[in-house]
Design a protein around this ligand. Structure first.
Ligand SMILES: [Zn+2]
Ligand SMILES: [Zn+2]
Length: 396
């Protein structure tokens, strides 16, 4: 059957590329994917999908639908569909036609590949021993209100036994697959700190409480968390992103300093340890410096955990679809993915599809204004989606 799925994917390749170009030309940013979602829902209707739900989080963004064979098992396939708020600077016929919106992370290819997989699975529906849930998820790139937890809260994963997802990667050679069991992509936390002292004249520090001194100490002390408190066998990053003083004048000691930053970890135990250490260090330094502190630590995106059994199924399926020479274990990735919210509620696996090809200029970094994908890899992604579903539901 895998050979048949691959042949169907190749047969639909033109359509998959055409869809990808349609999405690329008409990008919509997080929680604005109204036309994209409408287009997808229309296509799924044509395919005869069941239980089509259009719109999540009180919007018209996001689509879920089922392809129901016979049997009670259910596997979900996920594609994120949002673009990023930047201008497309490529010179290609399918360049974004909208200022300030661009598919610079490849989510256009994700949507097109999953539509391709839906067509393949519809074709073999009579032989499917279970149900496939298609998740076309909005707002993966939205740092504050990601789409995945909204889909989970609103029941899109009800009855789902496993979730599979693919991300196109421009730094992986085109036509190759990367997998990793266990922790895969980092948790992304955001923190902010407001330090309040007592402003005054720069010439008479004895009448002020200078919050900048506390900030400088905190800046260096935070770096001891990774070097001295986290085990060298674990991975963590603590970074300061922004810094602002209440006045920006050479002869004024500012009243207030605000800083913020990001923490990346893989294991929840390490995440707890870093947060606890930050609170302790900031509290101690502020007390010593007589400053008041207001510290907020926000766990935004959890780490993506690939279930070992699902990963093994993805690896062996990848061998059949891509050939054993074209699949490799991935390194840990410090970036984050809201797919992690699915991996918290069902055994899940997230893999990377190589779309990097220097000759086709598709090796630009993700989120760059010249980002592109090698479209010749997309039929493999569609075949991988469909093959994973087929094999998960019990066939080989
Ligand atoms: Zn991205
Ligand atoms: Zn992405």
């Amino acid at each position: 059957m895998i050979e048949k799925i691959k042949a169907l994917a190749k047969e639909y390749e033109g359509e998959i590329i055409e869809r990808r170009r349609h999405f690329h030309k008409n990008p919509e940013t997080s929680w604005n994917e109204v036309e994209t979602s409408g287009f997808i829902a229309e296509e799924l209707k044509k395919l005869g999908c069941e239980n089509i739900v259009l719109g999540y989080g009180g919007t018209r963004c996001g689509v879920t639908a089922d392809i129901a064979g016979s049997g009670s098992k259910c596997v979900a396939l996920r594609a994120d569909i949002d673009a990023l708020p930047l201008d497309d600077e490529k010179d290609v016929p399918y360049k974004s036609q909208r200022a300030g919106a661009m598919h610079a992370c490849g989510h256009d290819s994700h949507a097109a590949m999953l539509l391709g997989a839906a067509k393949i699975l519809t074709k073999i529906k009579g032989e499917l021993k279970g149900r496939v849930r298609l998740l076309f998820q909005p707002a993966e790139e939205h740092g504050i209100k990601p789409g995945a937890p909204t889909l989970v809260e609103e029941g899109a994963l009800k009855g789902v036994n496993a979730v599979f997802g693919i991300h196109s990667m421009s730094n992986v050679p085109s036509g190759e697959l990367r997998y990793r069991s266990g922790p895969f992509m980092a948790a992304a936390d955001a923190w902010e700190l407001v330090l309040t002292g007592k402003g005054g004249h720069a010439s008479t520090p004895e009448y002020s409480i200078d919050p900048t001194i506390a900030v400088f100490q905190i800046g260096s002390a935070l770096q001891t968390i990774v070097s001295r408190e986290v085990s060298p066998k674990d991975t963590a990053v603590v970074s300061i992103g922004g810094m602002r003083t209440s006045s920006h004048v050479f002869n004024i000691i500012p009243e207030r300093v605000e800083i913020n930053g990001s923490v990346r970890t893989f294991r929840p135990e390490v995440q707890d340890r870093v947060e606890e250490a930050m609170r302790r260090i900031i509290g101690g330094i502020c007390e010593a410096a007589r400053c008041k502190s207001d510290f907020k630590y926000n766990r935004v995106i959890p780490s993506t955990f690939n279930d070992p059994d699902c990963t093994e199924l993805a690896r062996s399926t990848g061998e059949l679809v891509f050939g054993a020479d074209n699949i490799k274990e991935s390194d840990l990735i410090m970036g984050s993915e809201d797919f992690s919210f699915y991996s918290r509620v069902a055994p899940s696996v997230f893999v990377n599809l190589g779309v990097g090809n220097a000759e086709k200029k598709s090796d630009m970094p993700h989120h760059s204004s010249k980002f592109d994908v090698d479209e010749s890899a997309l039929f493999l992604g569609a075949a991988m989606h469909a093959s994973f579903a087929w094999r998960y539901l019990g066939q080989n």
